[in-house]
Design a protein around this ligand. Sequence first.
Ligand SMILES: Nc1ncnc2c1ncn2[C@@H]1O[C@H](COP(=O)(O)OP(=O)(O)OP(=O)(O)O)[C@@H](O)[C@H]1O
Ligand SMILES: Nc1ncnc2c1ncn2[C@@H]1O[C@H](COP(=O)(O)OP(=O)(O)OP(=O)(O)O)[C@@H](O)[C@H]1O
Ligand SMILES: [Mg+2]
Ligand SMILES: [Mg+2]
Lengths: 252, 252
Amino acid sequence: KAKVIAFTNQKGGVAKTTTTLNLAAAFAERGHRVLCVDLDPQANLTMSQGIDPDSLEVSMYDVLVHRLSIREVIRKREVDVACASIDLAGAEIAMSAMIGRERALKKAIEPVRDDYDFIFIDTPPSLGLLTINALTAAQKVIVPVQCEYLSMRGLIQLQNTLAMVRDELNPDVEIEGILPTLVDRRTVHAKEAIEILEENFGDRVFASRINKTIRFAEAPVKGMSVLKYDPNGKAAYAYRRLAEEVLANGKR
Amino acid sequence: KAKVIAFTNQKGGVAKTTTTLNLAAAFAERGHRVLCVDLDPQANLTMSQGIDPDSLEVSMYDVLVHRLSIREVIRKREVDVACASIDLAGAEIAMSAMIGRERALKKAIEPVRDDYDFIFIDTPPSLGLLTINALTAAQKVIVPVQCEYLSMRGLIQLQNTLAMVRDELNPDVEIEGILPTLVDRRTVHAKEAIEILEENFGDRVFASRINKTIRFAEAPVKGMSVLKYDPNGKAAYAYRRLAEEVLANGKR
Ligand SMILES: Nc1ncnc2c1ncn2[C@@H]1O[C@H](COP(=O)(O)OP(=O)(O)OP(=O)(O)O)[C@@H](O)[C@H]1O
Ligand SMILES: Nc1ncnc2c1ncn2[C@@H]1O[C@H](COP(=O)(O)OP(=O)(O)OP(=O)(O)O)[C@@H](O)[C@H]1O
Ligand SMILES: [Mg+2]
Ligand SMILES: [Mg+2]
């Protein structure tokens, strides 16, 4: 049965999508079968694999709201992608009156859990119903954090939300790790921020760091992960190292 | 009567909050009376003026959902701030059944429009009901855009949403300008992205650019705008220049 990991942080632009896709590609490179579920109406993960969300007849919206089989929205690329489209922006209102609205995703991925080793879920920058669905379906959560003040402030709220999900919907969900991203090693601000992270979260902060490099912005234009776009570069190496760390943690 | 400007882009982390606050500070420096309305449950603008959102009894949530007077949630700092709190995360569901749910903000700011020259609205990274409220209350929209592929892709969707608001809710709303932010002048990727912006949006792209500098991440820690934190630095200068450009456009 696949292990389900959600990539969550309500702060915008902290590399949730970049981390979901590139960690998945690093896992696939090591021979693991990985499904990426794009749960963001912006459909950035879908776009980053070269798929045009506007060309899709059906998407994760139909899976959640009309109980369409998730197999109908999976496209095979470097990894398998369960595609999003802008329709998802209407999912929260459409689902608000549904019974079991928080478990729709958990139910939808159950039938394919034997087909994969890992299922990764990319979430929108909010703590609304779509993200709650991801936290209810997941066993683990990876929290990308930009090492800046505004991004760090949001972590307290994320922990509160996670505690609520654990009480009401999913007793098993826990933080796999907190990932410092968009790190600019030249600034004191980033160093101080990482120190604060480690003081507050201890060993739940990954040893791996993802430094800033323009390669991450270039790769999505080509519809590729950085592992495919620049296989021997620092960007690819950073996510391979994170993959090792996450897989090693899993064995403990 | 105050001119109302919304700062909107559903892409996360593109400097919506940073632009709202620092442009407001630049306007205030020139003697204009400015109110900033924080409509984001993350309450980053509220935090960036040194106000702890968790200490607030009431916030913009109560203004929208319980029709509390907006004067009750305004705090005076470098500029006046109508504060947000995490309660706002529940506003969309609480308002989904209300009659006139899209006009709640427009009605709420009407009584204070004579007290200010400008009212700026910071929005969350989504095109949900809170952002629709901002677009319905505003005459103009400033769209901060990070010069990267994923951020640019979202502009088409934003234009579609704006057209819908114009048809159904607010015939006067139009784009004041598109602001290239987080610009790293060293990369080809940013140069190419700005060229694409100008090809598609012509003179609606501001001449002003906001370059990357760590000062922007440092200032919120002190609860200050960059104009107060580093008054003679490049960061402050960039927003003063934008203020000149926006004010000059307004006179045309
Ligand atoms: N390590 C990095 N170095 C440089 N740029 C990066 C890095 N990681 C991500 N980026 C770029 O930063 C931008 C934000 O990343 P991304 O879109 O993955 O964040 P997100 O958290 O998914 O955003 P949103 O909140 O909008 O969903 C993208 O343009 C991406 O290409
Ligand atoms: N020109 C700049 N140079 C460097 N850093 C910047 C710049 N503008 C903003 N930042 C930093 O980038 C991060 C994102 O900016 P900000 O929070 O204003 O974006 P946002 O669009 O409001 O994000 P969200 O979508 O989460 O609301 C913040 O940590 C901010 O300090
Ligand atoms: Mg994303
Ligand atoms: Mg913001």
